[in-house]
Design a protein around this ligand. Structure first.
Ligand code: NAD
Length: 551
């Protein structure tokens, strides 16, 4: 619900003037605001950053109070945040995190959307998604690299390294899903994406993530086929319900080369549109009759999964993109074979996790894009032989518009994250960048998440649902002195399906920061290597040996 009294436009300050008492608090102060920058957040007026209802703070009062606490926070204090509300400032020390965050956590037996919504309605909780409630969301760029890596891995396995001449169908152009068209065209393929809400499509066009769109399904398919035939990398949006697009492909006997989905299917009330109604009608029904809405939404998901299974049967390389669509259709609509198509992690990402690789990202607190370009250049010099990294950084500079504070993301593994972090700290120290750099990552990472339908699907030793690992990850990052550490429930796949930890660390150019970076950027990916080595993956065991990790 929008609060009419709070039509506020939030933007993080740029430059090197401190509002808080030190750069670590200042970083948190700017990053929570950056999460709500209109260029970054999906619905800033509701404090919603991305992923359905993923919020940065519980309500505006809590948001204001967090800012006030951060402004006054001393170097030996830590702010405690419970589901987006600041609940206390406690004693710590200068190398401890300045903020500790727990979002949406519920005891197992009560870990359902129903119970969460009761608590949310009473104002007792908020949904933190992954980087929304932990203040390190950087707009759609954050997911572009992950999506690019996924499609590149797919292209390497199935198409000799490029998607040129392939038709890639998907849906959902929201905060995360909006990255799909760009990631696909960066891999030289054609993207055809269904999206119900026109404003989302327009937003992707404005940020240059999507090339063109239409309301006419047949026209969109014709455009896509033409581009595929010419081997052109074009992305096409079609404003319709995904089930109507897939049905039309089936009826016209057209089988996409690849097929996936990024609607917010993990949340049947807020994240997914039932078929047979306009956005307006759906919004009215959601307000008037939640139960009916959710029931229709789940029915549509069942149909959606059946259509995906049919297209898979016809030859489309089909995979779930981490929104729990299969889980919803399986658990709530008895589509017994929903899991016949794999999740993207076991299919394409796990080998990277075994090397401690994951979505490393950084943000220039100066607000100056030149600082990011300076870090791009320095990283290329630091890793001269990493061809994939060079290709990505060049394309990112050319094709990705910054949203909010300038930021960059790339997948780096064990060893390299530490080197990069120390390099950035040096750059702050010697003035190659104009203000400190904030380093963080997604919770979707090598050692920080238990999510049996996504990151930990089909683990070799069957440990998919073991959530000790992300807890250990949060604890060691706290012990190592990350700047803020978070532990969340339900991100990505919804309540009851995941537990995950986040960390952010600030390179402010000081000797203390150097020591913290050395610890945290070693330990954080190391937890991923250890987790996968423990599950019996050879690549992880080799990586652990290479880095002398005691396992
Ligand atoms: P979002 O809520 O911002 O966007 C979802 C979009 O789907 C909206 O634009 C909505 O209009 C559209 N949509 C919903 N139902 C539709 C339908 N039936 N037909 C066509 N369009 C429909 O969410 P987001 O941040 O883009 O995330 C999407 C999903 O992906 C979430 O479930 C999220 O948890 C998941 N996710 C996956 C990854 C990953 O790495 N694979 C990472 C983050 C999030």
């Amino acid at each position: 619900m929008s609060d009419t009294t709070t039509k506020r436009v939030i933007r993080a300050a740029h430059g090197n003037q401190l509002t808080c008492k030190n750069w670590v608090s200042e970083a948190a102060y700017r990053m929570i605001q950056n999460n709500l920058d209109p260029e970054v957040a999906e619905r800033p007026e509701d404090l919603v950053v991305y992923g359905g209802i993923g919020k940065a703070a519980r309500n505006w009062e809590a948001f204001d109070k967090i800012l006030e606490c951060l402004k006054n926070l001393e170097e030996d204090e830590t702010l405690m945040v419970q589901s987006g509300k600041p609940v206390g400032v406690l004693r710590s020390h200068k190398n401890a995190p300045r903020v500790l965050i727990a979002n949406s956590n519920l005891v197992g037996r009560w870990a359902t959307w129903e119970h969460f919504r009761e608590l949310e309605a009473k104002g007792l909780m908020m949904y933190g998604q992954m980087t929304a409630g932990s203040w390190i969301y950087i707009g759609s760029q954050g997911i572009v690299q992950g999506t690019y890596e996924t499609y590149l891995s797919l292209a390497n396995i199935h198409y000799g390294g490029t998607l040129k001449g392939t038709l890639n169908v998907t849906a959902g152009l929201g905060g995360m899903g909006g990255a799909q068209p760009l990631a696909i065209t960066m891999n030289e393929g054609v993207c055809l994406a269904a999206e119900m809400e026109e404003w989302r499509i327009q937003k992707r066009i404005e940020t240059r993530y999507l090339d063109k769109y239409t309301h006419n399904i047949d026209e969109s398919i014709d455009w896509a086929l033409e581009a595929k035939a010419k081997g052109e990398a074009v992305s096409i949006g079609v404003c319709c319900n995904v089930v109507d697009l897939l049905q039309r492909l089936i009826d016209r006997n057209i089988t996409p080369d690849t097929l996936t989905d990024q609607t917010s299917a993990h949340d049947e009330l807020i994240g997914y549109f039932p078929e047979g109604m306009s956005v307006l009608e759906a919004n009215v029904l959601r307000e008037k009759n939640k139960e009916e809405y959710m029931s229709r939404s789940l029915d549509t998901m069942a149909r959606h999964v059946k259509e995906m299974l049919e297209l898979q049967r016809r030859g489309a390389i089909t995979f779930d993109y981490g929104n729990n669509l299969r889980g919803q259709a399986h658990d709530k609509r008895h589509i017994d074979n929903a899991f016949d198509f794999p999740g993207f992690v076991p299919a394409y990402i796990r080998p990277l996790f075994c090397e401690g690789k994951g979505p490393f990202r950084w943000v220039a607190l100066s607000g100056d894009p030149e600082d990011i370009y300076a870090t791009d250049k320095a990283l290329m010099e630091l890793f001269p032989d990493n061809v994939g990294l060079h290709r990505w950084l060049k394309m990112a500079r050319e094709r990705i518009a910054f949203q909010g504070l300038p930021a960059r993301i790339c997948w780096l593994g064990m060893g390299d994250r530490e080197k990069a972090g120390l390099l950035f700290n040096e750059m702050v120290k010697d003035g190659r960048v104009k203000a400190p750099i904030v380093i963080g990552r997604d919770h979707l990472d090598t050692g920080s998440v238990a999510s049996p339908n996504r990151e930990t699907e089909a683990m070799k030793d069957g440990s998919d649902a073991v959530a000790d690992w992300p807890i250990l990850n949060a604890l060691i990052n706290t012990a190592g002195g990350a700047s803020w550490v978070s532990f969340h429930h339900g991100g990505g796949v919804g309540m009851g399906y995941s537990l995950h930890a986040g960390m952010v660390i600030v390179a402010d150019g000081t000797a203390d920061a150097e020591e913290r970076l050395r610890r945290v950027l070693h330990n954080d990916p190391a937890m991923g290597v250890i987790r996968h080595a423990d599950a019996g993956y050879d690549i992880a065991i080799d990586t652990a040996n290479k880095f002398g990790l005691m396992i």
